[in-house]
Design a binder for this molecule. Structure first.
Ligand code: FAD
Ligand code: DHB
Length: 390
């Protein structure tokens, strides 16, 4: 088999790249380890920046997003039992965010690719990449019991944080930066109308909590927990009880409903530089991870592949590799901005395991400052909705 761009991974990064290349008339094959059902059901992000929404719309996969996505113009920060609204759009030049599940983005992209009849191979086994420092890199895998070798001009490593592409780069090439946090998020999806109109990020002495949503009938709520928290210790009643305590404010009630899904996610920050080795280009979580507090991971993944697609178009149209050479640096500026923002939001809102009263007072002071100073609130807002230039 031969193609122009071999894409490893059918998450938001790989699927969006495939779509952008399709529109530019560049061939690709997407090779994915999991099943279609698994990819479409994996509940993760829910907040899209304006730039990501615009890109999906321009790529012709924004129809349902436009119909069902919920446009939000603000979020609230809660501390000391009070909510303080940050009017994102007023502070950030009219830009907004859209609430639309990553599951839905992935479903729309998969449907579009299959509709176009383009290769998207699910349940590929033993996926490995080879000859990355040559002009003919290869992807090997087994599909439906048959060993396959896909010869490409370029390989896009869009296989997430635990994928095999980054791990195939020889030792010593990458510079890695990382930070582990002593926090996890216990997330639930509940079949109940959200009790809030906009997202609420709540600081509490028992730990952080986040109130989010997916639709007018689906609520998505999170509780700070240990990264290795045992879900068996969290029957539904305990989750609701803890959500009531951490998010409670006078005159407001959190409505409960059947919990459809629950899971625990650990948190880390990670960046590798450069995001390239020879003809392998890493994009999305394969190259960087942020803690979820700033809602940046999915948005960064989409930004990476927009940059990579532009570079590949230049390469195929003019034989000019300059944008490919500039790809990593061009992405890393935004990535580091988001790394800082996500770290800042995380440290401002989460309770450190051995927090002393000094830590809590610093957090409260920071929160008070962000919610009373226009300059601080603007800094939060423009990062949250996504900076146009970095
Ligand atoms: P992934 O989505 O991880 O996709 C990688 C794909 O590659 C997967 O389908 C995987 O099965 C496949 N794969 C792996 N290994 C191989 C292999 N060897 N061969 C072939 N295929 C392989 N981000 C936001 O922007 N906003 C949010 O609100 C937000 N909230 C989040 C909440 C939670 C609880 C979590 C966990 C994450 C959240 N994120 C958020 C982050 C966001 O989900 C990720 O950044 C995003 O999924 C990255 O997309 P990706 O395509 O790079 O990687
Ligand atoms: C959601 C996830 C986030 O990480 C975040 O910051 C806001 C919302 C969500 O899943 O809805």
């Amino acid at each position: 088999m031969r193609t122009q761009v071999g894409i490893v991974g059918a998450g938001p990064a790989g699927l969006t790249l495939g779509r952008l290349l399709e529109l530019a008339g560049i061939e690709s094959v997407i090779v994915e380890a999991r099943s279609r059902e698994y990819c479409e059901a994996r509940i993760r992000a829910g907040v899209l920046e304006q730039g990501a929404v615009d890109l999906l719309r321009e790529a012709g996969v924004g129809e349902r997003l436009e119909r069902e996505g919920l446009v939000h113009h603000g979020i609230s920060l809660q501390f000391d039992g009070e909510r303080h609204r940050i009017p994102l759009s007023d502070l950030a030049g009219g830009r907004s965010i859209v609430i639309y599940g990553q599951t839905e983005v992935v479903k729309d992209l998969i449907a579009a690719r299959l509709q176009s009849g383009l290769p998207l191979l699910f349940e590929a086994q033993e996926v490995s990449v080879h000859d990355l420092d040559s002009a003919r890199p290869r992807i090997r895998f087994r599909h439906e019991g048959v060993e396959q070798e896909l010869e490409c001009d370029v390989v896009a490593g869009c296989d997430g944080f635990h994928g095999s592409c980054r791990a195939s780069i020889p030792v010593g090439v990458l510079r890695e930066f990382s930070r582990e946090y002593p926090y996890g998020w216990l997330g639930i999806l509940a079949s109940v109308a959200p009790s809030i109109d906009e997202l609420v990020y709540a600081h509490h002495e028992r730990g952080f909590a986040l109130l989010s949503l997916r639709s007018p009938t689906l609520s998505r709520y999170y509780l700070q927990c240990r990264p290795d928290e045992n879900l068996d210790e969290w029957p539904d009643e305990r989750i609701w009880e803890e959500l009531h305590i951490r998010t409670g404010v006078e005159g407001w009630t959190l409505e409960e409903g059947p919990i459809l899904e629950k899971g625990v996610t650990g948190m880390r920050s990670y960046v590798c530089e450069p995001m390239r080795y020879g003809r392998l280009f890493l994009a999305g979580d394969a190259a960087h991870i942020v803690p979820p507090t700033g809602a940046k991971g999915l948005n960064l993944a989409i930004h990476d592949v927009r940059t990579l697609a532009e570079a590949l178009v230049r390469f195929y149209e003019r034989g000019d590799e300059s944008l490919l050479d500039a790809y990593s640096d061009a992405c890393l500026r935004r990535i580091w901005r988001c790394e800082h923002f996500s770290w800042w939001m995380t440290t401002m809102l989460h309770l450190p395991p051995n927090a002393d009263p000094f830590d809590l007072q610093l957090q409260r002071s920071q929160l008070r400052y962000v919610t009373t100073s226009q300059a601080q609130a603007t800094a939060l807002a423009e990062n949250y909705v996504g900076l146009e230039t970095v």
